[in-house]
Design a protein around this ligand. Structure first.
Ligand code: G6P
Length: 614
């Protein structure tokens, strides 16, 4: 959480910082701030609220300067107010810092600094770093980069920081540990620093992803210099960004979330492009090739993830167990990391994460590695921490997802897991040739079927209108439609703030049935398949209690339609691929309900897209 951006060069820094912060706002939007260096003086502007609030506020001041740092905050320590906003400064105002992460031992450092006469303005953990740097500079007579290094040696926790000092007007010093940081190398001897590449892409494609415990100095005179915390020099590994600038803009849609929902025919196709050919009868995932034998002989696959990615894992469990007959377990990364799990060398751990930066998922990966397991990563973000922390993996190729509520990243994750299940089934021979052909051919047809569902947007909007004032909602599904129900409920609660629960349809009678009355919308995934009749019975149980049924049915369905107050049809498909289709109308429904309730769908309250704190 929190987004950081910085610039040093010959351009005006402020517009670059503001635009960068807007791009990073998905990482937190409790407050925003900038520090700009002008005539050897640090000008500091910070404001509670969104980047636009900062912009309005800063209009009255001088925002010129060719070196600056900016921050958008997701509050952890201290209220989201102006004072706790970053940047934080040293007492003399000469040093300014921005930080993403958590300093776990800030309390004891703060005590020591207070005893040495330091006064704290904010309640943040971050402020200790700037005073510590200041203290070291004054005492040790070292330069800024060395002071940052020494300060970080006393710090326990996670950080991506950028430090600016009026005594070092031609450089910025940055460092990272467990929180991401990218250095963009500009074409005019200038540098861009940011939490991810989105603020950088329009200026340069040459980037360096800092590794954990690396400290970089970007200087107008000396360029980029990287050392590690042990003071060993590191040579920068420059990479070319593949991201396209258009993918960061709304492209005529009212919200990023709607754009991303509508991108799914393309993102799903991009995900399987070059990995699947039903005519020739093959599926491959290049990144996993070297691990295929281990995968098919694994004692079990343990999938770890958080949030929506955890729901994708649950779909993956159904697919891999059913198609490839390999034992799969799904765990919340946050639980896995702290419960001393039994993992051995014959287990393979698969970490799923859209951002590739989720702190709990990264910690789960480290734990699994310590226990001797091979760890594979499935992520959407090239160069992300997870892609580097794992032994091998696959990218989902969904393109940048800006809306905080995940949509296209989820369907891309499910697509990769479907490919994985098919590949493993193929090698293990657990599917007949014709079953394999049918499934792969059907997967190739999924983008067109998603497109057809998108054409129901207006009808779904009408249904959304009927239920947008609900206070509770229940989502039911069986088999792999159960995680779809969980995901449907999560989407609704995240962006519309309606309390919603997903349940396995049969479990409803063990609790949630007590909640059902004529006010309660119950969304049921009731597509054709093995448990169709069972779901019909569950629908009858809801109807008997006067609940409202909104069903997702297969085109041509008769029985469920008759029982439903409203229904949304999706094209017929193989049962294994239903999650890729049934998810779409639920996303659209949540989107419209949230818009009708006046909610900020792209930046729901209290949430952030990239959760880099545990
Ligand atoms: C946050 C986001 C969710 C996301 C979850 C896991 O909670 O708001 O949309 O599913 O983090 O993120 P990851 O990047 O690991 O998939």
């Amino acid at each position: 959480m929190c987004g950081i951006v910085a610039y040093i060069g010959n351009k005006e820094a402020y517009p670059i910082l503001i635009k960068g912060l807007q791009r990073l706002e998905y990482r937190g939007y409790d407050s925003a701030g900038v520090a700009l260096l002008k005539d050897n003086h640090v000008n500091l502007y910070k404001k509670q609220g969104k980047v636009s609030d900062l912009e309005n506020y800063a209009k009255q001041f001088d925002t010129s300067g060719k070196i600056g740092i900016g921050h958008t905050r997701w509050a952890t320590h201290g209220l989201p107010n102006d004072i706790n906003s970053h940047p934080h400064t040293s007492m003399d105002g000469k040093i300014a810092i921005i930080h993403n992460g958590i300093i776990e031992n800030y309390d004891s450092i703060k005590e020591q600094l207070i005893s040495r006469g330091y006064e704290f303005k904010s309640q943040t953990d971050t402020e200790v770093i700037v005073h510590l740097i200041d203290d070291i500079l004054k005492k040790e007579g070292v330069d800024l980069a060395e002071a940052v290094r020494l300060a970080l040696m006393s710090v326990i926790g996670a950080y991506a920081i950028v430090v600016l000092s009026s005594d070092y007007p031609d450089q910025l010093v940055c460092a990272r540990k467990s929180s991401p940081l990218v250095v963009g190398i500009g074409q005019e001897n200038d540098f861009y620093l940011a939490s991810d590449a989105t603020p950088i892409i329009e200026y340069t494609k040459q980037v360096v992803y800092l590794n954990d415990e690396e400290i970089a100095t970007v200087s107008l005179k000396e360029g980029l210099k990287i050392i590690n915390i042990k003071n060993q020099e590191k040579s920068p590994y420059v990479q070319e960004l593949e991201m396209q600038i258009e993918s960061l803009e709304k492209g005529g849609f009212e919200h990023f979330m709607l754009k991303e929902i509508f991108e799914q025919p393309r993102s799903i196709r991009d995900c399987f492009r070059g990995r699947l050919n039903s005519e020739e009868g093959w599926v491959q995932l290049g990144g996993l090739k070297d691990y295929e034998q281990r995968l098919i002989h694994a004692n079990r696959l343990v999938m770890v993830a958080c949030g929506t990615s955890w729901h994708a894992c649950q779909v993956g469990e159904y697919l891999i167990e059913d198609l490839a007959r390999i034992n799969v377990e799904v765990e919340y990364a946050s639980e896995f990391r702290y419960r001393n799990p039994i993992i051995n060398e014959n287990d393979i751990v698969i970490a799923l994460t859209q951002s590739g930066e989720t702190a709990d998922t990264l910690a789960a990966i480290e734990l699994a590695k310590q226990k001797g397991a091979k760890v594979l990563g499935i992520t959407n973000v090239v160069g992300s921490s997870v892609s580097r922390a794992t032994h091998a993996g696959s990218y989902t190729h969904a393109g940048p997802e800006i809306g905080v509520a995940s949509t296209k990243a989820f369907t891309a994750q499910v697509t990769v897991l479907t490919l994985m299940a098919l590949r493993l089934a193929h090698i293990r021979g657990t599917l007949s040739r014709s079953e394999f052909h049918q499934l792969t051919a059907e997967l190739e047809r999924i983008p067109d079927k998603v497109q057809r569902i998108l054409e129901s947007n207006d009808k779904i909007k009408e249904i959304a209108h009927i239920y947008h004032q609900a206070t509770n909602a229940l989502y039911l599904g069986r088999g792999s439609s159960f995680p779809v129900a969980l995901e449907g409920a999560l989407k609704l609660k995240e962006i519309s703030y309606i309390h919603a629960e997903g349940y396995p349809a049969a479990e409803m009678k063990h609790g949630p049935i007590a909640l059902i009355d004529e006010e309660m919308p119950v969304f049921v995934i009731a597509t054709k398949g093995t448990s169709y009749e069972k779901v019909v019975s569950n629908i009858q149980e809801v109807k008997a209690r006067k609940g409202k049924i909104i069903s997702i049915v297969t085109e041509g369905d008769v029985q469920v339609k008759e029982l439903s107050d409203h229904y949304i049809e999706i094209p017929e498909t193989d049962e294994h691929l239903v999650p890729l289709l049934a998810t779409i109308p639920l996303q659209i429904l949540s989107y419209h309900i949230a818009v009708m309730r006046g909610c900020n769908v792209d930046q729901p309250r209290n949430l952030a897209k990239s959760v880099t704190v545990e």
